[in-house]
Design a protein around this ligand. Structure first.
Ligand code: EPZ
Length: 427
């Protein structure tokens, strides 16, 4: 397994390219199941999770054509063609490696009238149930069977009759599955208290480009009028707002000045608001977002929430930044039950963080020191990288396969802006 060696202290400056959004791509790819025609996605990030989803699609008989871009360029153009599906089953050995596989349930059900997906396990940040996915599909008229670790969804003859579902808890994935099931329904489907993340808007834009009829895009009340069939489309994946926010924290903790090329300020307002409260200058340009930390960092209190609130996926990275801020910050994680796995590792680097349930108290320290640390989950791993960039001495981060799931060529991007970071094989 590889590891990353980082020597802290370099001020990050220059331009860092932002890739297509992992959490959009993972819901755009299964949309190809909804039509016999080719769906081409541009700006797809080169990530382990995306490769995994491409492989899963081939299991159903989908042809996947990767039009490689030059190696020095980021992102890929990939065409998915589901003209003929040979299976409606997403098997355990693939789903267990990538829980986002559950996002084939809705589109496969809509296209084939049935879908069987291995139940995704929990993960480091929580038990991640899928009850809301299933309740939404049932509300639209699907029959759900749970047996032997698999969930099977079946639509009545002629397709899903339609219906409405009011989400008791905002769920990104359940909203995505419900929308993808509804677009080919016989009737009309309505969702209330649906997730409004930019990735959901990206999904709706692709589906509309394929011929879907969706009202209320960008709001928490969606109305989807089922259509007979959808056609192919070519669509560019939105910029990754969490990757951009992560590198903004990296620039800020080093007192740097970095242009996050391709970042969409509109999608990351809550993160920019948090950074500005910490004393970081964030300029919104058409070509991206410029982050400049020319003043001392100040403590601030943060609470995660569904969009447009502060993304839970940004909590660990902002916590790392706050380790170097003057004063005490109080963070509240309201979405997942176990999303402080980065705290013990940050404390091993000299941070002063205490957690009490879903609250973390971060007391700013003068100095962080390099150490041997272990990545545990995707965003926790990034928080260790951020801390290491400002730490005295060398940090070794192991189990960086977590990072490769969500950050395209991370060390190359950080080297572009002057970080002293290298990837080495783990002897
Ligand atoms: C998506 O996960 C993202 N993943 C996560 O990003 C992100 O943290 C999360 O949304 C919240 O924004 C992808 O898009 C692939 P949820 P998802 O359903 O859809 C509970 C990253 O780091 N819930 O919005 O699984 C759930 O337990 C990843 O890129 C139910 O109770 O998140 C959680 O407490 C991590 N029942 C809350 O809702 C359900 O059926 C929000 O989960 C579904 C969810």
């Amino acid at each position: 397994m590889d590891k990353l060696l980082i020597r802290g202290g370099n001020r990050l400056t220059g331009t860092l390219p932002i890739s297509g959004a992992k959490n959009s791509a993972l819901t755009l790819i299964p949309c190809a199941l909804l039509t016999e025609e080719p769906v081409t996605l541009r700006n797809l990030p080169r990530l382990a999770d995306i490769d995994g989803f491409q492989h899963l699609m081939t299991q159903f008989g989908v042809s996947v054509g990767i039009r490689g871009k030059r190696p020095e360029e980021f992102g890929r153009v990939v065409t998915f063609e589901a003209s003929r599906l040979t299976s409606t089953v997403a098997p355990y050995d693939l789903v267990r490696k990538m829980r986002a596989s559950i996002l084939v349930l809705g589109p496969m059900l809509a296209r084939m009238g049935e879908a069987t997906v291995s139940l995704p396990g929990g993960c480091a940040i929580g038990n991640r149930p899928i009850d809301l996915h299933l309740k939404a599909l049932e509300a639209f008229g699907a029959e759900i069977e749970l047996a032997a670790g698999y969930v099977k969804a079946i639509a009545p003859e002629g397709g899903l009759p339609g219906g409405e579902f009011d989400f008791p808890v905002v769920s990104v994935g359940a909203t995505e599955n419900a929308i993808m099931a509804a677009v080919l329904a016989k009737g009309t489907c309505r969702l209330f208290n649906a997730a409004r993340e930019p990735e959901i808007v990206d999904l709706c834009k692709l589906l509309v480009a394929m011929g879907a009829e969706i009202e209320g895009i960008g709001t928490s009340d969606l109305t989807i009028h089922g259509v007979k069939q959808l056609h192919g489309a070519t669509y560019k994946v939105m910029a990754d707002r969490i990757e951009a926010g992560s590198y903004a924290c990296a620039a800020a903790i080093t007192g740097g000045d970095v242009m996050l090329e391709g970042a969409s300020a509109e999608d990351m307002q809550a993160t920019l608001h948090a950074l500005r409260n910490i004393g970081v200058t964030c300029e919104e340009h058409k070509e991206g977002v410029r982050v400049c930390a020319d003043k001392p960092l100040k403590a601030t209190n943060l609470t995660t929430a569904p969009y447009p609130g502060l993304a839970t996926d940004m909590q660990a990275q902002l916590m790392a930044l706050l380790c170097k801020a003057e004063g005490t910050s109080v963070l509240k994680e309201t979405i997942f039950e176990n999303r402080y796995m980065h705290v013990p590792e940050l404390n091993r680097m000299g941070a002063d963080i205490e957690t009490e349930g879903r609250t973390a108290i971060v007391k700013g320290v003068e100095t962080l020191t390099g150490a041997e640390v272990m990545a545990t989950d995707l965003r926790a791993s990034m928080s260790l990288i951020i801390a290491a960039l400002a730490a005295e001495g060398e940090t070794t981060v192991r189990r960086i396969y977590h990072l490769d799931r969500g950050y395209e060529r991370l060390e190359e991007k950080l080297q572009l802006v002057g970080a002293d970071i290298e990837r080495v094989g783990d002897e």
